[in-house]
Design a protein around this ligand. Sequence first.
Ligand code: GNR
Ligand code: NI
Length: 167
Amino acid sequence: MALLPILRYPDPRLHKKAAPVERVDESVRKLIADMAETMYEAPGIGLAATQVDVHKRIIVIDVSEDKSTLLAFINPEILESAGEQVCEEGCLSVPGIYEKVTRSERVKVRALDPQGAPFTLEAEGLLAVCIQHEIDHLEGKVFVEHLSQLKQGRIKARLAKQARITA
Ligand code: GNR
Ligand code: NI
């Protein structure tokens, strides 16, 4: 397994649209293992391949308290969504920034598992938020793009200042 470097907003590579996985093979399973290790180490509750500069439709999520429930989704698609919820979101690609985002309360998602078998999952609450946040990454969208232009500008300025301090 290997830890992968995570792209930081506003890196333009975070805006690339990920391509569907055509064959679920050993290289996909290796990437999922490396993404999971990277997510747990960060630590985070989700990670999209886009964030590690791999532009394929693969996400990993673990919203469990004890980090015992790894979920991997290949080519995820939201089939149904309902309701609304507001969650304070963060992102490993936007460190130190937390902002409220409105999303669907429930989603039904279809994807392939690491063996290439299709499955569907109905999610609500934080898991539903995380699925939507990660699928956004695959579309090249970072959560701050749900905020006003004013807030986005302030976040970019804060991150640029932070980068100067840590350089
Ligand atoms: O670790 C993460 N926490 C989080 C909290 C609220 C809503 C979404 C998330 S996802 C984030 C990890 C990440 O950046 N995934 O892309
Ligand atoms: Ni994120």
